[in-house]
Write a protein that binds this ligand. Structure first.
Ligand code: AMP
Length: 223
C-alpha cells in the first residue's frame, strides 16, 4: 500500500501517519526527519539544508526532490507512507511523474484539516523523544502530555525543535502550507483531482478530535 499524508505542521499528521505505517507495515518516509538525520550526521546535504529549515523556508527543490525520490526507490519497494512531501505544486507534479514512470500506484491521499491557530499552539507544545521520533509528546495535549519532563512512552529525554519554538518560522511554514496557488494546498488539490479521476482514494479528516477518534475514522476508510 502506498499513501500520501498531508496536514499543516501541528495537525497530528506525523502521529496518524505512524499509526497507519504500523498497521500496514509501511516504510515511513518523512522528508523533515531525513533532513534532520543529515543535519545530525553533519553531511553536506545537511549543511546545505540547515539554514532553510531554521528559518522555516522550504529546502530548494533541486535538493529535496532527488533526495525523497531516491529514498522512495531504496526504502519504498514494499509500500510507503510519504509525510512532508510534496510541499508545493512542483514537488507534487514530479512525484506523480516518478510514480507513473515506476508503475507505482498511489492507494490513498489523506488530508488532515486544522485551523492555523490551533496548529500553531500544538507545534509550540511538541516535544521530541530522543529515543524514538514516533513517540508523540505534547505539553498542550492532555492525551499525550509528557511524564514530567520525560517521554510518556519510554521515559526518554525530550527535546524541542528550534524551528518549533520560533513563531516567525512557524508562520512561514504555515504560509507555505495554506498557499493554494503554489504551496502545499496546491499539491493537495493536485492529488484530489487525481482521486476524482479514479487514480487514488482521497480521505479528508478533521484534525481537532482526539488521536484515537481520528485514527478510528481514518482506518475505517482504509481497506
Ligand atoms: P517537518 O519536519 O515536516 O516540519 O520539516 C521541517 C523542515 O524541513 C521544513 O520546515 C522545511 O524546511 C524542510 N522540509 C521538509 N520537507 C520538505 C519538502 N518537501 N520540501 C522542502 N523542504 C522540506
Amino acid at each position: 500500500m502506498n499513501v500520501l499524508i498531508f496536514g499543516p505542521n501541528g495537525s497530528g499528521k506525523g502521529t496518524q501517519g505512524s499509526l497507519v505505517k504500523q498497521k500496514y507495515n509501511l516504510a515511513h518516509i518523512e522528508s523533515g526527519a531525513i533532513f534532520r538525520e543529515h543535519i545530525g550526521g553533519g553531511t553536506e546535504l545537511g549543511k546545505k539544508a540547515k539554514a532553510y529549515i531554521d528559518r522555516g523556508d522550504l529546502v530548494p527543490d533541486d535538493i529535496t526532490i532527488p533526495m525523497v525520490l531516491e529514498t522512495l526507490k531504496t526504502k519504498g519497494a514494499n509500500g510507503w507512507l510519504l509525510d512532508g512531501f510534496p510541499r508545493n505544486i512542483v514537488q507534487a507534479k514530479k512525484l506523480w511523474e516518478a510514480l507513473e514512470s515506476a508503475n507505482m500506484k498511489l492507494d490513498y491521499t489523506i488530508e488532515i484539516l486544522l485551523p492555523r491557530e490551533i496548529a500553531k499552539k500544538r507545534i509550540m507544545g511538541r516535544r521530541l523523544c530522543v529515543n524514538d521520533n514516533n513517540h508523540p509528546n505534547n505539553i498542550f495535549i492532555d492525551a499525550i502530555k509528557p511524564n514530567g519532563d520525560k517521554c510518556r512512552v519510554c521515559g526518554g529525554d525530550l527535546k524541542t525543535r528550534a524551528d518549533d519554538q520560533d513563531e516567525g518560522a512557524i508562520n512561514k511554514r504555515h504560509d507555505i502550507y495554506y498557499d493554494t496557488k503554489e504551496g502545499t494546498l496546491a499539491a493537495v488539490n493536485f492529488f484530489k483531482d487525481l482521486a476524482n479521476k479514479g487514480k487514488s482514494t482521497f480521505i479528508q479528516l478533521n484534525g481537532e478530535g482526539s488521536i484515537d477518534s481520528i485514527k478510528e475514522t481514518l482506518l475505517k476508510q482504509m481497506k
